[in-house]
Design a protein around this ligand. Structure first.
Ligand SMILES: [Zn+2]
Ligand SMILES: [Zn+2]
Length: 165
C-alpha cells in the first residue's frame, strides 16, 4: 500500500487522511489472518516532522488451542511512526517506528505486516472455559463427558487410597 505525500511535502496541506482496505501478503507472518486488512489514519506535518497515526482492523480464523474448533475473531491495533527520507531513516536511532519515503511516497506494507504480527493473539481459545479434548479418546469435552473420564484416578490420590487400605 502506497500513500502519495506530495501535498504534505510541498506544504499545500498539513494533513492527509486515508482509509483503505488492502490485500497484504501475510503468509510469512500469520496464516490465520484474513484479507483485506483495513487501514485508517492520518499523516500530518507538525512543523517538527511528519508523522503517521492510524488504526488497523483485521479478522482472523484459527483453531482453538484446546479443542481445535475453528474460531474467528477481530483485532484492532494502532500503528504510528515518523516519516523520514530513506537515508535519514537508516541513520536515525530512535524508539519511534520510522517509515521511509521515496519520491514523495511511503509504502506501508511492512509496517502493516509488523503490526499484525505483534497484535495476533499467541494462543487462541474458543472461550476461556473451553474444556478441550479428552487426551485418551479425543472427544470434545465441551459437548459432554466421555466414558474414559470416570475411571481415571489421579495417581497421587491412588497412592493415598493404598495407604489407607
Ligand atoms: Zn475450545
Ligand atoms: Zn475420553
Amino acid at each position: 500500500m502506497k500513500l502519495d505525500l506530495t501535498e504534505i511535502f510541498d506544504n499545500s496541506v498539513l494533513c492527509i487522511e486515508f482509509d483503505q482496505s488492502i490485500e497484504v501478503d501475510l503468509s510469512e507472518v500469520a496464516n490465520a489472518v484474513l484479507n483485506p486488512v483495513r487501514v485508517k489514519g492520518t499523516v500530518y506535518n507538525t512543523g517538527d516532522g511528519i508523522f503517521l497515526d492510524g488504526t488497523l482492523y483485521y479478522c482472523y480464523k484459527d483453531n482453538c488451542a484446546r479443542c481445535l474448533t475453528e474460531v474467528e475473531g477481530e483485532i484492532e491495533t494502532e500503528i504510528s511512526g515518523r516519516i523520514l527520507e530513506d537515508e535519514e531513516s537508516k541513520l536515525e536511532e530512535s524508539d519511534e517506528k520510522l517509515i521511509a519515503y521515496n519520491k514523495d511516497e511511503i509504502t506501508l506494507d511492512e509496517v502493516i505486516a509488523d503490526a499484525v504480527l505483534l497484535s495476533m493473539p499467541m494462543r487462541i481459545l474458543c472461550g476461556e472455559d473451553c474444556k478441550g479434548l479428552c487426551p485418551k479418546c479425543g472427544k470434545d469435552l465441551n459437548q459432554g463427558k466421555c466414558e474414559c473420564q470416570d475411571d481415571e484416578v489421579d495417581p497421587r490420590l491412588a497412592k493415598l487410597r493404598n495407604f489407607f487400605e
